[in-house]
Design a protein around this ligand. Structure first.
Ligand SMILES: Nc1ncnc2c1ncn2[C@@H]1O[C@H](COP(=O)(O)OP(=O)(O)OP(=O)(O)O)[C@@H](O)[C@H]1O
Ligand SMILES: Nc1ccn([C@@H]2O[C@H](COP(=O)(O)O)[C@@H](O)[C@H]2O)c(=O)n1
Length: 205
């Protein structure tokens, strides 16, 4: 089954693109960040205990990915910490691969989809935007949801998260060698989707 792998840093717009590509092609979509957020949320009071995170990942069930609290910045921070643990990543791998095998095709977004989870995906996108632009998008999103948000705090958090996600030893955030780089700092969501679709469409039979 064809797979579209969409990777990139936090708040780059990869989820927005992934959802729209899935709707366009009639594919299923998985936001893999939710898996790490769910595990991080379970152990949010024990983030210094890797055994707790590994146990939560080994007990992962898709039902754990529901709930507004997973969209919070606290859940994102917790996810970024536990996602550096190799055994946590290993425990979540089979679910992601199995999801990717569904008919008629799948779109997965995350950090390591093109490099580790689906290295044979016929379409790989690496979506970026400057960290200032990403912080502005996230700030606006939180405000629209009625959540308190301070731009400077969001910016500092994203810088921290980028560093942790890129520097970890296992499955770091990085573009696959054959990924299409989509820099969206100067694009609105429609322009970014159009550019992604122009790359993907000829590669999806
Ligand atoms: N090109 C764009 N221009 C302006 N805003 C955008 C663009 N793409 C996405 N957004 C908005 O930016 C915010 C973050 O987008 P999105 O959730 O798709 O990012 P993400 O990379 O999936 O984030 P995360 O890693 O946290 O899951 C959302 O509010 C979304 O509507
Ligand atoms: N494939 C993935 C997806 C996510 N992570 C980690 O989870 C954090 C939250 O992800 P969001 O996409 O919801 O922002 C992220 O910062 C990563 O640490 C991952 O490692 N691999």
């Amino acid at each position: 089954m064809p797979v579209i792998a969409v990777d990139g840093p936090a708040a780059s717009g990869k989820g927005t693109i992934a959802k729209r590509l899935a709707a366009h092609f009639g594919f299923v979509h998985l936001d893999t960040g939710l898996l790490y957020r769910a595990v991080g949320w379970v152990v949010r009071d024990r983030l210094d205990d890797p055994r707790a995170a590994i146990a939560a990942a080994e007990a992962f069930d898709v039902g754990m990915t529901c709930g507004d609290e997973l969209r919070s910045e606290d859940a994102g921070r917790a996810a970024s910490k536990i996602s550096a643990i190799p055994e946590v990543r290993a425990a979540l791998l089979a679910f992601q691969r199995s999801f990717a095998g569904q008919a008629p095709g799948a779109v997965l977004d995350g950090r390591d989809i093109g490099t580790v989870i689906c290295p044979d995906a016929p379409v790989k996108l690496f979506v970026t935007a400057s960290v200032e632009v990403r912080a502005g998008r996230r700030h606006k999103e939180l405000q629209a949801r009625g959540n308190p948000s301070i731009y400077a705090e969001i910016l500092a958090d994203l810088i921290d998260r980028d560093r942790r996600d890129s520097e970890r030893a296992t499955a770091p955030l990085k573009a696959a060698a054959d990924a299409f780089h989509l820099e969206t700092s100067m694009m609105d969501a429609d322009q970014a989707f159009a550019a992604a679709l122009a790359f993907a469409a000829p590669r999806i039979a």
